[in-house]
Design a binder for this molecule. Sequence first.
Ligand SMILES: CCC[C@@H]1NC[C@@H](O)[C@H](O)[C@H]1C(=O)O
Length: 599
Amino acid sequence: MEDSLLYPVINNYRSDQKLDGLWNFKFDPTSVGGQKGWQNGFSDGIEMPVPASFNDFFTDKDAREYTGDFWYSKSFFLPTYFEGQDIQIRFGAATHRAVVFVNGQEIRSHEGGFLPFTAEVSDAVKFGKENVVSIKINNELHRDALPAGDTLKLKNGKRAVNPFFDFYNYSGLNRSVHLLALPKDHITDYSTTYDVSDDQATVHYNITANTEADFKVNLVDENGKVAATSEGQSGDLTVTNPILWNVRDAHLYTIMIDLVKDGQTLDEYSDEIGLRTIEIKGHEILVNHKSVYLRGFGRHEDSIYAGRAFDLNVERRDMNLMKWIGANSFRSSHYPYDEQVYKFADREGILVIDEVPAVGFKMAAASFLGGLDQSFFDGEWVTELYKKHIDQVRDMIKRDKNHPSVLAWSLCNEPDTSTDAAVPYFTKLFNDSVNLDPEKRPRTFTLNEDDTFEKSKCKQFPDFFLLNRYPGWYHKWGYEISDGEAGLRAELDEWKKSDIDKPVVFSEYGADTEPGLHKLPSIMWSEEYQIELLEMFNRVFDSYDFIRGEQPWNLADFQTVEGNMRVNGNKKGLFTRDRQPKAAAFYLRKRWNKLPLNY
Ligand SMILES: CCC[C@@H]1NC[C@@H](O)[C@H](O)[C@H]1C(=O)O
């Protein structure tokens, strides 16, 4: 678990210099980089953009599909005026595991390719001189790591990944790298919880720092006016006539925290927050005590050229597409996204179900790709896997807890919960995560196709249900879709008869669709069929009042491993990979724009 995951800011006390751009890059297939001194940097590599996945830049398949160790290195100058400050290098994401070196000195390692980590380098850097940061990364997949998969040794001696999940194993420094200079005494974290009514809102805050100190806190509105002030490591900021953060009607305040010692301000941290509450009551999801019906998507951080890397251009387009179609939410399937995505969602009033990369925990997925036929949770890998799983749940919640857009935490995607072996794992997971979020937002996971109401042994855990269902595509497809609808209704009738008094959200459903493929009458893969499948699901959704959300799979087409069921990736997008609409996008826009935005 990371000590601090605060997003970098620049102010009179803190400096933040991005080390993005071209880094030296080398593959290390026989893991000799350490013996060859690459931790001191190297100049005979290739120039690799950061942030970016390395895969799609290459023109040869061995390089695109490379699995194993690889190195990045970059030199940076550290001015003498930073002497006496705490010098850190913050990696937004290194996929999947990394070891960091500065000037040849090993600083730290990190496991997990979708969350930030910080290297404390004050004792390794030279002030007033050039320094070198090197990072060794490994992108192998294992059953005891997230996301789950295998790494195969081919007969030609090369390695290949066998993901138990359906997205390409894009790897590298996928998010920005920051060179930070902080005061020796500094703020390391803060958290907020809220009470809101129409005429008053109270922010209950709590601050952590690396030293005993006094704290002054201001809450400033969007016009720069101080709306409330407080003092102390914890306290309340009460705003009269507040402008609340609402779905698709976002209003942000800035919390400004000063760390003070002997009357002198030594550090400051500021961040944008939203005054709102999240609740689950019966079948309803409530924001500021008003029921919300989720409309949105499962997504991926995925784009041409940059692979899995955060791309501000793509995110701006995706947010505009979601507003155009009438969405009010998305799930960060199947991993925490770059912090800037949640900042976009905070500003746009879009709700986020934040998901850890606990995906592929299902041997059927492996057998879909050639795995074993056993319960995933019977595997000898489960103990080691759980340590990494809960560690990444802790860091995801620690990193994202202050975003008003975060509605809920998804602790797993499509695990195999149809056997008793899953129960102790999920019992521990939900027990160990219950107090991680000061706001106690709902926790859930997605129930896959096979984990029906009747078959899942883990329905007792989620605070609301996320159903991934694929009648019309993975079974009862084509002309049999009417049987698919009947089967879906039969399962939902089970949910309806049960005493389960929680909301159900459909978090995945859809059809692979080749843009431009038209057929009358329809045929699978045609744009017409994608609409017919969505029409079927929408008829069902409109029949059950406990269904409180619809998030078709996926917002956009995305890259996967090659396979006989994938045509250059997964084509279930409502938009193409270059973010242009398929016919179904216009159909869905009509359905969603009939509803009030925060219905
Ligand atoms: C029946 C499982 C469906 C599966 N669910 C997880 C997503 O990551 C995949 O992309 C999606 C698919 O196969 O389209």
